[in-house]
Design a protein around this ligand. Structure first.
Ligand code: DQA
Length: 144
């Protein structure tokens, strides 16, 4: 089983920006926790982060036939990028949408996700554990 964790804009600033919302772990710390879990679970895991919509779309396209599953925190693109919606829709790889914060308890513009309809499910509100829960969710989907 081979998966990828894709992070979008500003997630490279995790641990620095809005610590009361996103915590003090850096993205490297979070990726290490995911990598450790994947190693224990016998899962191969790659990581990608970009602040650019086009680069995220290229990486999503490259998932086709190459990954059994993907975990995506698209950051603010979640709320308005129809291009990312279409990219996920273009590939056969199952995607889990992830957010560290509970987007539904925040500003109204965060309540809407344009990518949820093309993802298998959504995990939000559990800090960096949202990613670890998403690994579990993918295991459930892929092992079936
Ligand atoms: C986020 C929530 C988004 O609304 C925000 O733009 C982010 C991070 C989260 O992980 O909680 O950048 O996706």
């Amino acid at each position: 089983m081979k998966i990828i964790v894709i992070n979008g804009p500003n997630l490279n600033m995790t641990g620095i920006r809005e610590q009361s919302v996103y915590g003090t772990c850096t993205l490297a710390d979070i990726n290490k926790k995911i990598a450790d879990k994947c190693e224990k679970d016998g899962i191969e895991c790659d990581f990608f982060q970009s602040n650019c919509e086009g680069a995220l779309i290229d990486r999503i396209h490259s998932c086709h036939k190459n990954y059994d599953g993907a975990i995506l925190n698209a950051g603010a693109y979640t709320h308005y990028s129809y291009a990312i919606h279409d990219a996920i829709h273009s590939v056969d790889t199952p995607f889990i949408e992830v957010h560290m914060s509970n987007v539904h308890a925040r500003e109204e513009f965060r309540h809407k996700s344009v990518i949820s309809p093309v993802c298998k499910g959504v995990i939000a509100g559990f800090g960096h554990n949202s990613y670890l829960l998403a690994v579990e969710a993918l295991k459930g989907i892929i092992e079936k």
